[in-house]
Design a protein around this ligand. Structure first.
Ligand SMILES: C[S@@+](CC[C@H](N)C(=O)[O-])C[C@H]1O[C@@H](n2cnc3c(N)ncnc32)[C@H](O)[C@@H]1O
Length: 240
């Protein structure tokens, strides 16, 4: 098992608050999926399988619980064989996002869905991600660039700004490049519970029993505070 995924798995096993947050993420994601087989890409140690054992799980790195090691940019599946593709915190690690969307459009059947749960860069989350999170946030890049692949790239190399750029300032370009992938929803999530949980770090400032009530409180505040404070976004696309 890749040591970074082993560390994440240890945090998952130790932290009830983290598991409760992911249960909420996958509950929201599953509400938006089409009927039929689901592929989780960049599944880490097979996260979605904890909530839905029928999911096919792949990642570039090795871990128990995965069905295969594979790259989001070259999916080893036949055309039209999935009803859904789910990615949680993966798109911002993918070197050439357009290659992923091209592959996703190929392996999805018409009416199939892509659900992407990613960092949202808002004024508050920017400060947190920039100063307290090890992954860079570079809003100056072109998220649709197609530079030659870097042979030294690591699966955890990242730019947390990519999803916000792609479905924000560059959304019209994305629509023009992928008319077959329509954005059917774009929600901002996570105000307090996620940053307080510490994610996969060993610490947590929120006990597991408080996660549900805090998430319910967040849902009430998101329409007012989401644009300024949300830490995450859930984007759902549909294959036309
Ligand atoms: C931050 S981790 C998220 C793991 C898991 N989805 C979760 O939320 O716990 C990012 C994952 O994306 C994987 N990844 C990065 N680039 C990838 C690619 N091109 N194809 C498949 N997986 C990739 C990494 O190996 C890593 O497991």
């Amino acid at each position: 098992m890749d040591p970074r995924l082993a560390e994440m798995r240890a945090a998952w096993d130790a932290k009830g608050s983290l598991r409760a947050l992911y249960a909420d993420y996958y509950r929201r994601i599953r509400r938006d999926l089409a009927a039929g087989p689901t592929l989780e890409v960049g599944a880490g140690f097979g996260n979605m399988k904890h909530f839905d054992p029928a999911v096919v799980s792949i990642d570039m790195l090795a871990a128990p619980g995965l069905d295969a090691m594979a790259d989001a940019q070259h999916l080893p599946f036949a055309a039209g064989c999935f009803a859904n593709i789910v990615m949680v915190d993966v798109l911002h690690h993918v070197e050439r996002p357009l290659d992923f969307f091209r592959e996703a459009a190929r392996v999805l059947r018409p009416g199939g869905r892509i659900a992407l749960l990613e960092p949202a860069i808002t004024p508050l989350s920017w400060a947190f991600y920039h100063y307290l999170h090890p992954e860079p946030v570079d809003r100056s890049v072109d998220p649709m660039a197609t530079a030659a692949p870097d042979p030294d790239r690591d699966a955890f190399d990242a730019n947390q700004a990519v999803p916000t750029l792609l479905f924000g300032p560059h959304a019209a370009r994305f629509r023009a490049a992928f008319p077959e992938l329509a954005v059917v929803s774009h929600a901002r999530l996570s105000l307090f519970a996620y940053p307080l949980s510490g994610g996969y770090r060993r610490w947590s400032l929120i006990p597991r029993p408080l996660v549900g009530p805090v998430l319910a409180f967040e849902d009430a505040l998101l329409p007012i505070l989401g644009r300024a404070m949300a830490f995450r976004m859930l984007v759902v696309l549909e294959r036309r």
